[in-house]
Design a binder for this molecule. Structure first.
Ligand SMILES: C[S@@+](CC[C@H](N)C(=O)[O-])C[C@H]1O[C@@H](n2cnc3c(N)ncnc32)[C@H](O)[C@@H]1O
Length: 222
């Protein structure tokens, strides 16, 4: 499914979020606090937009690993231009539930709109915690539903109508219908925080964005 939607993935992100998705990724990259010259990991990296944000923060002496199991997505990520002042990004085709990295080998790990799609999210979080050094951060950017009932109805209506309609016109309708269903069927923001704590993260907290439909969750490896 991800291979099929890859060619129009960035275009639909821009249209469906009204251009706001870059800001959400910037917030996630800031929360990850990658040190200059450090090593960052972005799992479920897709077309690499969050990996690129991390690369700006680690700078030219740093390194970012962008990992995804969909090669079509990774090819698009690799084709994107890189500024000389950014860190090098290496893309890895692998499963988020079995990271091919050693324990405590990265300064921070992120995932954007990906954990919902992984078969066993708790295992992916455990893997992120395993590869992050002690004191490093794990950040998860993910959709969620607003607590306020009116906002919730508004967001659900948008996800059920506009998302599959536009996704169907420009890409694959079933994939964008899946997107809407998977958001409603996924863990609540409180449950995501609980999952992250159980994976071994301390001081887990979240910030809500976009009327409470997008959350950045983060915690520190204890
Ligand atoms: C909705 S996209 C998000 C892409 C990107 N992080 C972004 O913010 O646009 C989800 C990505 O997760 C990847 N993915 C899902 N399950 C995975 C797994 N078990 N291992 C690696 N990648 C996975 C898919 O291939 C897809 O590229």
């Amino acid at each position: 499914m991800f291979g099929e939607i890859a060619p129009r993935y960035d275009l639909l992100n821009a249209l469906l979020s009204l251009g706001r998705h870059h800001r959400w990724r910037r917030v996630a990259a800031d929360l990850a606090t990658p040190p200059p010259g450090g090593v960052a990991l972005d799992i479920c990296t897709g077309t690499g937009d969050l990996a690129r944000e991390l690369a700006k923060r680690v700078g030219s002496s740093g390194f970012v690993a962008g990992l995804d199991f969909c090669e079509e997505m990774l090819l698009l990520a690799e084709a994107k231009p890189r500024r000389r002042t950014d860190g090098l990004i290496g893309y890895i085709a692998a499963d988020a539930m079995a990271l091919p990295l050693s324990d405590s080998s990265v300064d921070c790990a992120t995932v954007a709109f990906g954990i919902r799609n992984v078969q066993d999210p708790a295992r992916a979080f455990a893997e992120m915690v395993r590869v992050v050094r002690t004191g490093g951060r794990v950040v998860c950017l993910e959709f969620g539903l607003p607590e306020d009932r009116l906002r919730r109805r508004l967001v659900r209506a948008y996800e059920k109508t506009v998302v599959p309609a536009l996704g169907g016109t420009l890409s694959r309708r079933s994939a964008y219908r899946y997107l809407s269903g998977s958001i409603a069927g996924f863990a609540s923001p409180a449950e995501v925080r609980q999952m992250m704590s159980r994976a071994g993260l301390a001081a887990v907290q979240s910030v809500a964005m976009n009327l409470g439909s997008v959350y950045a969750h983060w915690g520190v490896k204890a």
